[in-house]
Ligand binder design. Structure first.
Ligand SMILES: [Zn+2]
Length: 432
């Protein structure tokens, strides 16, 4: 693909069409109500939510991609002026409402951009996504997989959201006299809140804008903006901090629950046995790698690492909207791309996906654990142009080198450090 055609989750000048995978803020940096650089393609649900996030946006720029269908788009080659047709399919990413992966086909080959995604093997919805993807690929090979590598490390082993949601319900029920606050973002984790509401037969408080979003998404029951109706409140992640919890405990006994796949550090508190009952004996899966790099699943029983206690008032539960390591592995085994590029760059723990998964790819890959360091510019989120590498499989005679503009962002390890210090988390961090 030549330069100047397509941007994905990147909003600077220079492309003919733009794609948005989902509405989390770290994918919309540079997008605003005034943005008007070209047609913007997104899922139907994202289009529905779009005016809520960007109230004065020129909606005539939005183009809806129906999930599971191929869309053909005509573009003009900037170099030759000739017509080029690309095909694109949106596939459910199981991340947050409206989130999609994007599968591109054209004379440049076949590219799959996961955006942020989850790939639970246990859910029917994921199974549908798998069938859609396999049908779309047919016998074709993905030349480049742009991968959500947020948890591309074997140490990131966590259970399905269904299991983690139950863990959260367990924590709440084991604190019957406490108020509960749960840190969430402006989009995502609706199913978790709904599960809590249904299991505990109570309404969950959300802030007024969040209630509007819930209603837009069709969640009309189970939520309220009246604090006196419930002891469970879902609060913006940026307002969830140790300081907040300590302040709240001056008034009423309160615990905080942070749903995130981040590996929280367990800290013991002497004489403190709030972690008790079923939580301490819950089974969980912990993964290890064998010498071939395959993840082995090992059942463990005992003191639970699944539910971590960050602070005497704060629990973290690995309820994540991103794929854990074993899911990434399963996804790559399914797709068998020629090469992989991570879309998340982190200041301290970035691992080149090919380090773990190069052997699953079609092409011979270098095994290099760390990279992108040279591209970092401090702690700010940034976009990076990713150059297409020379693909072993070339669909067209001549060059197969080009540029797809994609957003690459920093991971959330720094955010973790901030919360461990009790500071507020920035809302812009994509939720775990
Ligand atoms: Zn996201």
């Amino acid at each position: 693909m030549e330069n100047g055609l397509i941007s994905v989750d990147r909003w600077s000048e220079g492309s003919q069409i733009y794609f948005l995978t989902h509405l989390h803020s770290d994918h919309t940096k540079g997008l605003s109500s005034q943005w008007s650089k070209g047609p913007l393609f997104c899922s139907r649900l994202t289009a529905k939510l779009f005016p809520f996030k960007f109230p004065k946006f020129n909606l005539s720029l939005l183009r809806v991609l129906e999930i599971g269908l191929w869309h053909s788009i005509s573009l003009i080659s900037p170099s030759s002026g000739s017509r080029k047709v690309i095909k694109v399919m949106a596939i459910d990413a199981h991340h947050c409402p409206g989130a999609v992966m994007l599968l591109f086909r054209g004379d440049f080959g076949c590219l799959l951009y996961t955006g942020d995604f989850r790939w639970e093997m246990s859910s029917e919805r994921a199974n549908e996504g798998r069938i859609t993807l396999l049908n779309a690929l047919e016998d074709d090979t993905v030349d480049i997989l742009y991968l959500d590598n947020t948890y591309c490390n074997p140490s990131y082993a966590f259970p399905s959201r269904q299991i983690a949601a139950q863990q959260i319900v367990d924590i709440i029920t084991s604190h019957p006299e406490h108020d509960i606050i749960i840190g969430i973002d402006s989009l995502g984790k609706e199913d978790l809140l709904l599960h809590i509401s249904r299991m505990l037969e109570l309404k969950v408080w959300v802030w007024p804008e969040r209630l509007q979003t819930m209603h837009l998404l069709g969640f009309n029951d189970g939520f309220t903006t009246k604090t006196n109706l419930t002891r469970v409140r879902a609060v913006p992640r940026y307002s969830f901090s140790i300081d907040t919890l300590e302040g709240l405990n001056q008034m009423r006994p309160t615990i905080g629950i942070m749903p995130s796949g981040l590996p929280w550090v367990v800290r013991s508190h002497e004489g403190d046995d709030i972690l008790s009952g079923s939580l301490l004996t819950t089974r969980y899966n912990r993964s290890k790698l064998n010498e071939n790099g395959d993840v082995l699943i090992e059942k463990q029983i005992g003191k639970v690492e699944l539910v971590n206690k960050l602070h005497k008032y704060i629990f973290s539960v690995p309820y994540s909207d991103h794929a854990c390591f074993s899911e990434i592995q399963e996804f790559i085994k399914l797709v068998r791309p020629t090469t992989i590029k991570g879309i998340v760059s982190s200041s301290s723990c970035y691992v080149e996906p090919l380090y773990y998964f190069g052997r699953l790819c079609g092409a011979k890959q270098p095994v290099k654990k760390f990279h992108h360091k040279e591209k970092r510019r401090g702690k700010v989120e940034k976009d990076v142009d990713i150059n297409f590498v020379n693909l072993e499989k070339s669909r067209v005679k001549g060059t197969n080198v080009g540029i797809l503009n994609v957003g690459v962002r920093l991971g959330r390890v720094n955010a973790l450090r901030r919360v461990q210090r009790g500071a507020r988390l920035a809302e812009d961090d994509c939720p775990g």
